[in-house]
Design a protein around this ligand. Structure first.
Ligand SMILES: Cc1cc2nc3c(=O)[nH]c(=O)nc-3n(C[C@H](O)[C@H](O)[C@H](O)COP(=O)(O)OP(=O)(O)OC[C@H]3O[C@@H](n4cnc5c(N)ncnc54)[C@H](O)[C@@H]3O)c2cc1C
Length: 419
């Protein structure tokens, strides 16, 4: 089996992994970014997630007030400048940046290419590894060309699903299957008249959907369909939360994910036909921008030296070893219930301590993105893209320090991530 060596290996090329790789590279590390799919962008690219949450503080005044600094904001600014994002837009007390998933994925590729010291291995998945005491020595990758062993001084777990942790048996947790956040299917529709998104029009077509579900013309999933504007005139994106809850749902079972994707596409096509026939403003709408797969909100969470709780998120706790910040309400997509938000007290941001980004079991594994160390409840807020990129930057910085033999100091990482 071939063996190669890098300073830092980042597993997972979603928002967190891309930020981690760029961060480690800019700190001077030779980085390998491993992605199981053909392209970068994670849930954004494959599942068409189309807004960046967690970039701004809780909306109190008239304008959006940035919370994030560093790479998350650099990425957001570039996306806006390229025409791939618009906003921020205010929804209730929340400011979000609307973005086009294709542009997001494109910028991920550019960002990583510009970094010069990042090699990307695509269609390659972390499937195993070797551990020596409290260190991961190497990872085994399964690629089209066969198995490869990769050694590194430090690793970043950014697979979203905790797959690196599972491959080398690091501690991880998962909520009960019936309690996991529901997955969703996101697709585009165009052309749709802008008047169809006005409050009175929304009420009218929502009532039509309720009636159609009641008399069996549409499945229950249509009830919670969220229809949101995009940066493109005449195009909307529809999010269908899937009734995949219950005892069987396993987000790490790829056969099941594929089956749910096929079923969800059928529901999406039925909904599109229904809206075209019955709802004002949708008469000419066609489905577009179909996702490769359903979006996974929650699966494994990897245990760090600290596990962030919902109470810490809601009270805006800022521990001494904070390396970055998060603001977003707990956002619940539960089986059999409508989406609900639970806001932090006074709209406060909380701190993410370095301990929550460091594996409990392995001293050279750092955690980033939606699988970093938090409880099921806290993950409901911490999983958003702004926070994922901020934790990615911090984890990448920490991994680069370790690979140089420099003490991993929270204060220095926080300062570097603020620039
Ligand atoms: C339906 C839905 C709607 C959402 N809406 C929003 C929203 O509006 N705004 C917002 O900010 N956030 C939203 N989110 C949350 C957000 O998309 C994710 O939490 C975010 O993508 C997390 O980034 P990540 O990099 O941690 O994980 P992911 O985006 O999941 O990326 C992980 C990457 O790791 C790769 N990978 C996995 N296993 C392996 C392996 N073994 N080897 C190699 N690579 C591997 C995957 O292919 C993937 O590319 C939504 C999520 C969903 C599912």
């Amino acid at each position: 089996m071939k063996t190669r060596s890098f300073d830092v290996v980042v597993a997972g090329g979603g928002p967190a992994g891309v930020a981690a790789a760029v961060s480690a590279s800019r700190s001077g590390a030779r980085v390998l970014l491993v992605e199981r799919e053909a392209g970068l962008g994670g849930n954004v690219r494959a599942a068409k997630v189309h807004s960046i949450c967690g970039l701004y503080r809780c909306g109190a005044g008239p304008g959006a007030e940035p919370l994030q600094t560093g790479l998350a904001m650099e990425f957001a600014r570039r996306l806006v400048a390229s025409g791939g994002a618009c906003g921020p837009r205010r929804f209730g007390r929340l400011d979000v940046l609307l973005q086009e998933p294709e542009a997001f994925a494109h910028l991920c590729e550019d960002w990583v290419t510009e970094a010069k010291t990042i090699e990307v291995m695509r269609n390659a998945r972390v499937t195993g590894g070797e551990v020596e005491g409290r260190r991961v020595k190497s990872l085994h990758l399964t690629t089209q060309a066969g198995r490869v062993t990769i050694e590194a001084a430090a690793f970043v777990e950014a697979t979203g699903d905790g797959n690196l942790a599972a491959a080398v048996s690091l501690s991880a947790e998962s909520a009960l299957r019936q309690e996991l956040q529901r997955p969703a299917y996101i697709f585009g529709l165009q052309p749709v008249a802008s008047a169809a998104l006005a409050p009175a029009a929304r009420l009218a077509w929502s009532a039509l959907l309720v009636a159609a579900v009641r008399d069996g013309r549409l499945g229950a999933g249509a009830l919670g369909a969220a229809v949101r504007p995009t940066c493109r005139d005449g195009m909307v994106r529809v999010t269908l939360d899937l009734a995949a809850g219950g005892g069987d749902y396993d987000p790490c079972d790829e056969v099941q994910v594929r089956r749910l994707t096929v079923e969800a596409r059928e529901s999406a096509e039925m909904l599109t036909d229904f809206l075209r026939r019955e709802a004002a403003g949708f008469e000419k709408a066609e489905g577009c921008s179909w996702p490769e797969r359903i979006g996974i909100r929650e699966s494994r969470r990897v245990m760090g030296r600290h596990v962030i709780t919902a109470n810490e998120v809601l009270s805006g706790v800022v521990p001494e070893d904070t390396v970055c910040f998060s603001f977003w309400p707990l956002e619940w997509h539960e089986a059999g219930a409508a989406m609900r938000l639970v806001y932090p007290d006074n709209g406060a941001a909380c701190g993410v301590p370095l301990r929550a980004l460091r594996s409990q079991d392995a001293d050279n594994v750092f955690l980033a993105g939606r699988c970093f160390s938090a409880t099921h409840e806290a993950q409901a807020a911490l999983r958003v893209i702004g926070t994922s990129m901020a934790t990615g930057q911090a984890a990448g910085q920490a991994a680069a320090c370790l690979s140089r033999g420099v003490v991993v100091d929270a204060g220095a990482i926080r300062e570097a991530c603020a620039r």
